[in-house]
Design a protein around this ligand. Structure first.
Ligand SMILES: *[C@@H]1O[C@H](CO)[C@@H](O)[C@H](O)[C@H]1NC(C)=O
Ligand SMILES: *[C@@H]1O[C@H](CO)[C@@H](O)[C@H](O)[C@H]1NC(C)=O
Length: 341
């Protein structure tokens, strides 16, 4: 059976790859099952338990990973409420929590720390929140292209008042767009991406990610399972852990992008697949998997708070739902809320 589906994949997936390549290289969609997910592309539908498969050849391509202390610099593009910023900040500052309540955000990051570079150094354990910049007045309009996201970063690092530091040693720039901002390909399979800036635009090569608030544009695509797409009538959305469908949905995408940035910042380190312009990275392999048994259209076992909120990890003061990432040691998707942990 496995063999048959694999052969089928050679034909079908080849055609799909051609289609998918028209979307940006570093794209992500948490609800891919209508189309194909990263691991589907490689596995051709033969995916079994929690993404595990001997067919996945996640490889190290000799480039750098983020081994120095990581500092995340958020750039709030457009109108953001204080309460929304707080949720995202607390997620980022929980990644390196010292005495976390299990299962924890820092337990989730431990899987990312299993990746090493050619010197044998691991991905940094330390992720901290750096300075922030607000771009309240939409300096580059309400519709951004992939390239203009770099211009937003350029504006932030060259601002006349309190410019963001340019930190090529462990700096990660996180452009977060408000719910009234459209970014090229947003919603059409793309909820976030990561890449690195070009010296010709920003003056430096800095790893960065963009993640958009999908609350108004496409929550069923990018904030699943807190919103449900129209083509799934009858499925009830789950209650978000912090009461904000768009922002709670963003947290999982932010986790996805930071995990991939840390292990593939210049897109020449850890990824699977033959095609460097469509790398399948450590979080792509686990799209839509939040707990034990996850895979296909099933999210896996999650947890429920006192008011019915759905989550899978604890932060310092809040709970979050974040997708799992690929564990290179055991060869399947893993997270701290796994039932065998
Ligand atoms: C570093 O990576 C190696 C290889 O995956 C792993 O065995 C080791 O536990 C990692 N170290 C830390 C501190 O995570
Ligand atoms: C990295 O961060 C840790 C604390 O998280 C700190 O003790 C250490 O000095 C930092 N290292 C550098 C090189 O900044």
């Amino acid at each position: 059976m496995r063999h048959a589906t694999t052969v089928g994949c050679l034909l079908v997936c080849g055609a799909l790859l051609l289609l998918v390549r028209t979307t940006p290289a570093m794209a992500w969609r948490p609800w891919p099952h209508q189309r194909t997910s990263g691991s589907d592309l490689i596995l051709g539908g033969s995916k079994k338990y929690e993404g595990s498969s001997e067919l996945i050849h996640l490889k190290y391509h000799m480039g750098p990973i983020l081994t120095a202390n990581i500092t995340v610099y958020p750039i709030w593009y457009g109108t953001w409420r204080k309460a929304q910023k707080k949720i995202i900040r607390e997620f980022i500052s929980s990644i390196s929590a010292l005495r976390p309540k299990r299962p924890s955000v820092s337990g989730w990051w431990r899987t990312v720390q299993l990746y090493t570079d050619q010197t044998g150094a691991n991905t940094s354990r330390s992720v901290r929140l750096g300075e922030e910049k607000s771009d309240r007045f939409y300096s580059h309009g309400k519709s951004l292209t992939r390239l203009s996201v770099q211009s937003v970063i350029q504006s932030a690092v060259t601002a006349r008042t309190r410019p963001l530091a340019t930190n090529p040693r462990g700096g990660v720039y996180l452009v977060l767009t408000a719910d009234d901002v459209y970014v090229q390909d947003f919603c059409d399979n793309v909820c976030g991406f990561h890449y690195f800036t070009f010296p010709s635009i920003v003056g430096f090569t800095l790893p960065y990610a963009w993640v958009g608030n999908s609350a108004k544009l496409c929550p069923g695509v990018c904030a699943y399972p807190f919103a449900v797409p129209e083509y799934m009538p009858g499925r009830e959305p789950l209650k978000p852990p912090n009461g904000d469908v768009g922002v709670d949905g963003m947290v999982s995408v932010i986790g996805h992008e930071i995990a991939e940035l840390a292990t593939n910042p210049l897109v020449n380190a850890w990824y699977a697949g033959q095609d460097p312009s469509f790398p399948v990275e450590i979080a792509d392999l686990c799209e839509g998997i939040y707990g034990t048994g996850g895979g296909g259209s099933y999210t896996g076992q999650m947890m429920e708070g006192p008011d019915g909120e759905t989550y899978n990890i604890n932060g310092n003061r809040r709970r979050f739902l974040v997708q799992w990432v690929w564990n290179p040691v055991v060869g399947y998707c893993a997270g701290p809320n796994a039932l065998d942990q």
